[in-house]
Structure formats: C-alpha cells, structure tokens
Design a protein around this ligand. Structure first.
Ligand SMILES: C[S@@+](CC[C@H](N)C(=O)[O-])C[C@H]1O[C@@H](n2cnc3c(N)ncnc32)[C@H](O)[C@@H]1O
Length: 457
C-alpha cells in the first residue's frame, strides 16, 4: 500500500477513535514509519486549512473520492515535498491544480498571512487551550507610544495604564488594553483582539509581535548609528525592532538563506519605514568576519533556525515525533546553532551579542551557550539579564532568560547575551542587566554552580 493510502487509512481510523495516532502508525506495518508519521501528523496539523482549500475546488465532486485520501494528497502537493505517486491520484490532483492554488491564495488573503506556516499557526493556535494575550509593539520609527495609545482610545479601546503584574495581562478582556510591565514599547490586548485590519498595523505604526520575541532587540539595544548584524533575519520582525532601537540610523546587515522569507521581509521592513538595512540572500556562516564592510560591527543578533517547540499551538503532542523533535534532529540543530554562535564571535569589533530561540529544549538553548562560553570565557562574559524577569535560564545559566506560556504568557523562548570582556560600553549603561546585589541574591536562590566554582577559584 502506498504511503498516501496508508495515511488516509490511519486518518479514517482516527476519526473512528480506533486508537491514538502513534499506536495506529506503529501498528500499521508500513515500512517507512518516519515518512508515514510525518505525513499523517502534518495532514492533521493542516486539517482545517486543507478542508477550506479543498472546498474551494470541485475535487470532492469527482467520482469515488474520499476526504482523507484527498487531504493527504493535497497536503503533499501544496505544503509537503510534492506528490511522490503516479497514475490516477496524480492525475486527479493535477486536474485540479490551478483551482487548488487559487483556493490557497484566497485563504491566505482572507487570513491576512503571506506564508503557508502562518496559516498553520493561526489555524492551530485558534484551536488551542488557554489563549495568550495579543501583543503589539509600537514602531517608534513611525510613531510614539503616546500617539498610538491616543489613537486606540479614539478608536474605542480603553487604556488601563501600565500593567503592574502578569495577572493584569491575563485578565484583559474586550477592548481593554494596557502597557506591558517589562517592555516599554509594548501594548497588550485581550486574547480575542485581532488588529490585522487596524489602521495602525496596516500603516506600520504597530507590529504584531509576541512579547518574548521582542526581548532580543530590546536587550541588544544597539545605539543610533551603530553597525549591527541580524544573522538569520527573515521574516524580519526582530530586524525592524533593531532598526527602531537604532532610531533607523547606522547600518543593519541582515542575512537569510531563504529567498521567499527575504521577500516577505522586504515588504515588512518597507511598511515599518526601515531604511538603515542592507539585506543579503546569504548563508551567515559564509559571511567573512574579516571583510572591511563589517569592520565596525559591534552588535549581533543571532536568532537561528530551531525546533520551534516553544510556539504555542504547534500541536506539541504531534510534533513530538521522530520526524520533528527527535534527539537526532535536535542535535543537528544544536550543531548548526553552535557553528553560528562561534562564527558570530569572530567579528573583530563585536561588543555584544544576543542569542535567542523559540525552542524549549535545553539542547538548543543553555547547552549551546554553555559550550560556546567554555571556548570563549577568556574574551566574553555572559550578561545577567533583566532582574525583574522571573523565568530564568536553567541552572547554572540563570543569567539568561526563558519565557513560557504558563509563566510569562508568551510563546516559549530563550535569550542569552554575551559581552566582550574588554568592551568599554557595558550593558549596565542601558539598565538591562541585574545589579550585583540581585545577581548575588539569585545565585543564592538557585544554587548557581558556575558562580560557586568561580568563588572557589
Ligand atoms: C527563527 S527564523 C528567524 C526569525 C527572525 N529573526 C524574525 O524575528 O523574524 C530563522 C531564520 O534563519 C534562516 N537561516 C537558516 N540557516 C541560515 C543560514 N545558514 N544563514 C542565514 N540564515 C539562515 C532561516 O531561513 C530562517 O528564516
């Protein structure tokens, strides 16, 4: 039986509640379990998207076709690796190819997204448990926080002032909104607020960005006029945030390997009024740190590809499978992340670097940073970040920050900041690091073993 027939059969059985997905797959007797697992799980994740796309065509009016076989075929055709079959099924899909593409494009316009993945996240997150508040970062290149608040008030929203606790964020309802308690340019709305059609978003005055993903540029905090690298930049929310921190002055070199994501990024930066960027379709690992072009680069933001396990609504129970977060895959990602981090530290004038992921796995977070620090501890220190942020990196790396849905009402996230030891400009000057007293207190609270070792020395 082909993988498509097998996957459709498993979807039928799931609908009949015959067993859990993993059980059905492992008991299927199919030779390539990994391939089958990926196809079934991805079809499930895209299920409502697929149904809507298919309903925009006359595919289901064809004789003897059933929904689940059509779903797996359309999944692979539109979102997967392309159909790996011939004969009747391929002919069927190809006959409806143009309609399918048109229906997909229509759905993207309707949901106001550019990427297939965004379609997925939106559809999945809408069906998930406790919803997160909605965050909007005020784009200070185009407006001020005060003007954005005034505009929203005139538009029927009720401003509640600055939040005093995380509970204030979780309790927002209706058209109430507030300023965030940690990040100064961030406004917080109730979970059912959709600002995609709002003038402030359409005009680039606000950027709809999860709170945790605002941390890297906020913490790196390059001053106006600085030379900065955004190493893995697309689709560019953090790039536009960096530009705002730089008051749109200086040089912002942004690299990405994916041309489609880069083109989305150009649109996003244009809307945000960013002009200090220089985008390059390039492998960051091949960017030469000795190139005179980068001789003044003092700040690097490194937000490399990761497992994405922190994204709320990714159906973690499904993605926790051999195809997506196997130890093998995590190790490959961690190797790539380590290479990027080591490469970034080769830029001769680097003063400060922020490393971030939207992963929950310590293999991609603390382990990557700890391995790098072992190699570079003579020249770089790990900066202890935001004393008021309660969720910390896992011991011993409590200088770093973590964020999670349950504790911080954000997507799962990790941030570390490395600073050159002889750097004249200290993060302290930006008020972004812990005072010595609060670091000491946290060391005592967490039993920071690194600090203990240092003390022993
Ligand atoms: C987590 S995403 C970055 C998100 C982005 N920082 C933002 O906030 O919008 C990781 C990006 O790294 C890019 N990437 C992966 N490998 C790369 C490499 N070797 N060089 C440059 N970019 C790379 C991917 O195409 C992807 O767009």
């Amino acid at each position: 039986m082909s993988v498509y027939a097998k996957a459709a059969d498993i979807l039928d059985r799931l609908e009949r509640n015959e067993a859990a997905v993993k059980t059905l797959i492992y008991n299927s007797g199919f030779r390539n379990i990994k391939q089958l697992y990926a196809l079934v799980c991805n079809t499930l994740k895209y299920s409502d998207v697929l149904e809507e796309v298919i309903s925009g065509t006359s595919l289901m009016k064809e004789k003897k076709v059933k929904m689940n076989i059509v779903k797996v075929l359309v999944y692979d055709h539109l979102f997967g690796r392309g159909l790996k079959c011939g004969g009747g099924w391929k002919n069927l899909i190809m006959k409806h190819h143009v309609r399918l593409q048109a229906s997909l494009a229509k759905l993207k316009v309707k949901r106001k997204v550019c990427q297939n993945e965004d379609l997925l996240q939106k559809s999945v997150s809408e069906n998930q448990g406790r919803p997160l508040p909605r965050y909007a970062r005020v784009n200070t290149i185009k407006t001020t926080v005060e003007d954005a608040i005034d505009y929203l008030k005139r538009d029927g929203f009720t401003y509640q002032g600055q939040a005093k606790s995380l509970e204030d964020l979780g309790q927002l309802s209706g058209k109430n909104f507030c300023s965030d308690l940690h990040l100064p340019d961030l406004l917080v709305f109730s979970s059912n607020t959709d600002l995609h059609a709002h003038f402030l978003y359409q005009a680039g005055h606000i950027i709809l960005q999860d709170k945790a993903s605002c941390l890297p540029a906020y913490l790196l905090s390059p001053p106006p006029g600085a030379h900065v690298i955004d190493a893995c930049a697309a689709p560019g929310n953090k790039t536009s945030h960096l530009a705002a921190r730089m008051s749109n002055r200086g040089k912002l070199f942004a690299f990405d390997l994916d041309p489609k994501r880069l083109s989305t990024m150009s649109t996003l930066l244009l809307r945000a009024g960013v002009t200090c960027q220089e985008l390059a379709h390039m492998d960051f690992l091949k960017v030469n740190p000795q190139d005179p072009k980068y001789s003044q680069v003092e700040y690097i933001l490194l937000d490399p590809s990761c497992s994405g396990s922190g994204i709320v609504g990714r159906l973690n129970e499904l993605t926790d499978n051999p195809a997506s977060s196997s130890e093998e895959r995590l190790q490959a990602l961690a190797r790539f992340q380590q290479l990027c981090l080591a490469h970034a530290l080769r830029f001769p004038c680097l003063k400060r670097l922020v490393y971030s992921t939207c992963s929950l796995h310590s293999q991609e977070n603390e382990d990557v940073v700890a391995a790098c620090m072992q190699q570079h501890e003579k020249s770089f220190r790990l900066v202890a970040l935001l004393p008021e942020w309660p969720e910390r990196g896992r011991v011993p790396l409590t200088q770093c920050l973590r964020a999670s849905q349950s504790k911080m009402l954000t997507n799962g996230f990790f941030v570390a900041m490395l600073e050159k030891k002889d750097s004249e400009e200290k993060a302290q000057t930006h008020g972004l690091i812990c005072s010595p007293a609060s670091v000491e207190k946290r060391k005592m609270d967490t039993g920071n073993t690194v600090s203990k070792k240092r003390r022993r020395k």
